[in-house]
Design a protein around this ligand. Structure first.
Ligand code: NDP
Length: 481
């Protein structure tokens, strides 16, 4: 069976313990590889390699680092098909989605932050008799911990700014989707990266992840994942005052007003709720619709969602693939049962899907829409992170904003209306880090990305990320005038 090892100091390394975990293909339910089950010993080795590599990486300068990153981006593009196949197999997402979204974005992340490395500048604050300038230096060795839903997309969204800013990295991908991270690490050798600049430690969150967070050689942690895990990481880092960036869960509202562009909105609301089987932190899982169009909108949306084809991720006709694991599939089905117990009416879906042939043991769930739930019940409050969305009616703008904000989360929202004044008002009043108006998940990598409330701390993207991965130091000079 193929073994996915750690990648430390520019080469594959078996875990010190010799232990591996099974890696399952979600679409078939079959174990198809084994991944290193790392612990503190492996983290020690990775941090040592990253520490040794740090001065050389810094001394390459912004131009040298950017050149390395651009060579890697070119190799990602050259190997895009193999990477997309690996991502789809590991995660269960449709192959076309991995090919059209995940892997191109990996290349863009590397290219974007290669540019950022060469364009990054710091502040200067002149005074009457002096001048201040701000040095922004890399932190040293940083930890990047990423989830399974957009595995390589989100890992590179972290490692690219960290490396561009001159840090070296120890990354821990999710143990359920380790494959593409390892392929990328091997491509760094072909791209001529110095050994130790990017290190991967595979394994479980509580063992490999927690050891990485606890290691004193790790100067900052950039984490994307669940809110409970983020809280544990923030608590572990706090006593040593190390930096932490947290991109956490969401329960995002989609707010549909009666003056929206109806057909386009139905399409985009379905896309926002069910892309990647609803396993995107930005998915709009609470759909709020103005009372005056509620019944008509519901009918059109149910028709649209019920028609989504669930099937083998390798087939181009499959619009929905498998959920990432049996445990996650079960969690989603329990959430649907809870919704029924809370008085929700399932409008479509609400059950597992049996896909014949090679996928007969896979983890498929029908896209599910539920109505009739109070906004404060568990279904409408807890993140399900699967193909489940709830529908709620609102009377007017005031109630729309109140319902949209009635959650402990505050990651993203989308607003659908042709009234430009209302769009600005609602966007301003929503408690979240990202608002899309008449669109969803349109991304400009320069913009601040992240959430408020229980959705996280800090922002990624553009200069925000470059600032997170550097330490500012003000130098004040008396110019003697
Ligand atoms: P988890 O929080 O379970 O895991 C995320 C990562 O953290 C994984 O690599 C995991 O390892 C690791 N981990 C788990 N426990 C610890 C620990 N104690 N110390 C250090 N690392 C740990 O999230 P999921 O992987 O289940 O991802 C889904 C969640 O991620 C959802 O809540 C979703 O909203 C959120 N998310 C947020 C995004 C954002 O930008 N705000 C974007 C994408 C997802 P392992 O998997 O091996 O257990």
């Amino acid at each position: 069976m193929h073994k996915i090892d750690n990648f430390i100091d520019g080469q594959r390394q078996a875990p010190v313990s010799g232990h591996y975990l099974d890696n399952v293909e979600p679409a078939t339910g079959q174990v198809y590889s084994q991944v290193a089950s790392s612990d503190a010993d492996d983290v020690d080795r990775a941090v040592a390699a990253a520490t040794a590599a740090a001065p050389g990486w810094y001394e390459l300068g912004a131009t040298g680092r950017a050149a390395c990153m651009r060579r890697l981006a070119a190799l990602v593009t050259a190997h895009a098909d193999a990477l997309a196949q690996a991502e789809s197999k590991d995660n269960g997402k449709p192959l076309w989605l991995a090919s059209e979204v995940d892997i191109p974005r990996v290349a863009s992340n590397l290219e974007f932050f290669a540019d950022a490395a060469t364009q990054f500048a710091s502040e200067c604050h002149p005074m009457t008799h002096g001048i201040n300038y701000t040095l922004r230096e890399p932190l040293g060795v940083v930890g990047c911990i990423s989830p399974w839903n957009l595995p390589l997309y989100l890992m590179t969204w972290k490692i690219a700014p960290a490396l561009a800013a001159g840090n070296t990295v120890v990354a821990k991908p999710s143990e359920v989707t380790p494959a593409t991270a390892s392929l990328l690490a091997e491509l760094t050798v072909e791209a001529g990266w110095p050994p130790g600049v990017l290190n991967l430690v595979h394994g479980s969150g509580p063992k490999a992840g927690a050891s990485l967070v606890d290691h004193p050689g790790i100067k900052a942690v950039s984490f994307t994942g669940g809110t409970a895990t983020g809280k544990a990481i923030a608590s572990a880092m706090a006593p040593t005052f190390r930096k932490v960036s947290l991109e956490l869960g969401g329960k995002n509202p989609t707010v549909v007003f009666d003056d929206c562009d109806f057909e386009q909105t139905v399409d985009q609301v379905a896309r926002a709720a069910f892309s990647n089987q609803g396993q995107i932190c930005l998915c709009g899982s609470r759909i709020l619709v103005q009372q005056s169009i509620y019944e008509r909108f519901k009918k059109a949306l149910v028709e649209r969602v019920a028609a989504l084809r669930v099937g083998d991720p390798t087939e181009s006709t499959s619009q929905q693939g498998a959920l990432v694991s049996a445990a996650h599939r079960d969690k989603v089905l329990v959430a649907i049962d809870t919704a029924r117990a809370e008085g929700g009416q399932v409008l479509c879906g609400g059950h597992p899907v049996e896909v014949s042939g090679r996928c007969s043991e896979g983890y498929f769930v029908a896209p599910t829409l539920i109505e009739g739930l109070d906004m404060y019940c568990a279904t409408a409050q807890e993140e399900i992170f699967g193909p489940v969305a709830t529908l709620h009616a609102f009377a007017d703008e005031t109630e729309a904003v109140q319902l949209a904000n009635a959650t402990r989360y505050g990651l993203a929202a989308s607003v659908w209306s042709n009234d430009v004044h209302r769009c600005h008002r609602v966007a301003k009043n929503l408690q979240c880090g990202i608002v899309w108006v008449n669109c969803w998940m349109v991304r400009d990598l320069r913009t601040p990305f992240g959430g408020t409330k229980a959705s996280g701390l800090g922002r990624e993207g553009g200069l925000e990320a470059m600032r997170f991965f550097t330490e500012p130091k003000n130098v004040c000079i008396d110019v003697g005038l």
